[in-house]
Design a protein around this ligand. Structure first.
Ligand SMILES: Cc1ncc(COP(=O)(O)O)c(C=O)c1O
Length: 397
């Protein structure tokens, strides 16, 4: 069979490796506590599920949806964006629905890239930033997210010749996996850099609603508060409303860029099902369930960070997302330290940071920014987190 060069060049998906480790423990009769893959298992709130059930009747004529989203869905997004971020959006020209941000992020570059173009991508970062770039026949340039830079990009370290060829720069704040929130100063600096080089500033805000007031975080801001021309922001209902399986999200921002994205999408899929959009409208009109979800994550964060601090590790204090990006102690790297958690007597799955980071050229050196970190996704239940804390206390290093 003939297989495309693009598919043949793909490295194994990092989480396939994590799955293998989980399977190996299961074969030994151990049910591990899985902090590996970031797929929340909390049920979608009941009022949203009820809304979906009703919507299957109110949308009984299941014709193809409008590709960019129902008018009522785009209006609900505009209303939410205004009340949450104080940003006004025109529902017709500045909003497009997508089938979850993964779809949007992966397909978005197809509207803007040609061979020879570059995309500036954070490392560690969400894999579709680079795979969407490669599938669009362009080249990723990885910039590192380092503690010494507050997990922000070091714009001065991006070579001029790369910046000149770059067409898109990806940002993700609240940052997965470092837990860092963007500041207005960061977005202003990023916008100035992108405008100077005529680069689209593409922001993945899918964790914008998951932030930790107990670590001093205030509600994350939108990059659209610093400008509109050249900026797009992706968001979704997945994390905010425990709706990962619904596959519903949206992209907002510069109307010219949104119109190109609509063109791309109209050639790829036929839109988000109307009854799913109806459930998303219901979800966007409520904030109580979002606050409750944040409180659950904050409780889990507290349990696990205390257990890690008791081991004598550097304190990790994420401000948002549901990840802990834990520095490993001297003498270990991400894989060797993760293995201590995976030992059968501990049975905890974490992801080695280097598996989810790409090598970067930084200040004349090749570095892997995840080399000294392990990642916890706070998806097990609070009870499982308590059990994990007990097990963590038995780790010796
Ligand atoms: C950083 C980041 N961006 C985007 C997504 C995609 O989310 P969805 O496609 O469910 O909206 C995820 C999912 O895990 C993510 O971690």
């Amino acid at each position: 069979m003939h297989i495309s060069n693009t598919i043949q060049s793909l490295a194994p998906y990092a989480f396939a490796e994590v799955d293998k480790l989980v399977d190996a423990l299961k074969e030994q009769g151990i049910t591990p506590i899985d902090f590996g893959v970031g797929d929340p298992i909390d049920p979608t709130p009941e009022f949203i599920r009820e809304s979906l059930k009703q919507a299957t009747d109110s949308h009984s004529k299941a014709g193809y949806p409008n590709n960019s989203g129902m008018a009522s869905y785009k209006q609900a997004i505009a209303n939410w964006y205004k009340s949450r971020f104080k940003v006004e959006l025109n529902p017709d020209t500045e909003i497009c629905s997508n089938v979850g941000s993964k779809e949007g992020i992966f397909n978005f570059p197809l509207g803007h890239l040609n061979p020879g173009d570059y995309v500036l991508i954070p490392s560690p970062g969400y894999p579709p930033y680079k795979q969407g770039t490669r599938f669009a026949s362009a080249t990723p340039y990885f910039y590192p997210l380092l503690a010494e830079n507050n997990f922000f990009p070091d714009f001065d370290a991006i070579p001029e010749e790369i910046a000149k060829k770059a067409k898109i720069m990806w940002f993700c704040y609240p940052n997965s996996p470092t837990g860092k929130l963007a500041t207005k100063e960061l977005y202003e600096k990023a916008y100035a850099f992108c405008q100077k080089h005529d680069i689209i500033m593409a922001c993945d805000d899918c964790y914008s609603e998951i932030y930790f007031r107990n670590n001093g975080a205030t509600p994350p801001i939108s990059a659209l508060s610093v400008g509109r021309k050249g900026i797009v922001v992706f968001n979704s209902l997945s994390k905010r409303s425990c709706m990962t399986g619904y596959r519903v999200g949206f992209v907002v921002g510069d109307p010219e860029i949104i119109s190109i994205f609509k063109k791309v999408k109209s050639n790829i899929d036929s839109g988000t099902p109307n009854f799913i959009q109806a459930a998303a409208i219901t979800a966007l009109q409520d904030e109580t369930h979002v606050t409750e979800a944040c409180e659950r994550y904050a409780t889990k964060l507290d349990i696990i960070t205390k257990a890690l601090a008791a081991l004598g590790l550097d304190p990790a204090t994420p401000e948002g997302t549901f990840y802990i990006w834990q520095k490993v102690p001297q003498g270990y790297d991400s894989v060797s330290f993760a293995k201590l958690f995976l030992a059968p007597e501990i049975g905890i799955v974490v992801t080695p940071g280097e598996w989810i980071s790409d090598e970067c050229e930084y200040k004349g050196q090749k570095i892997n920014p995840g080399k000294n970190y392990i990642r916890f996704a706070l998806v097990p239940t609070i009870e499982e987190c308590n059990l994990a804390a007990e097990k963590i206390s038995k780790i010796k290093y």
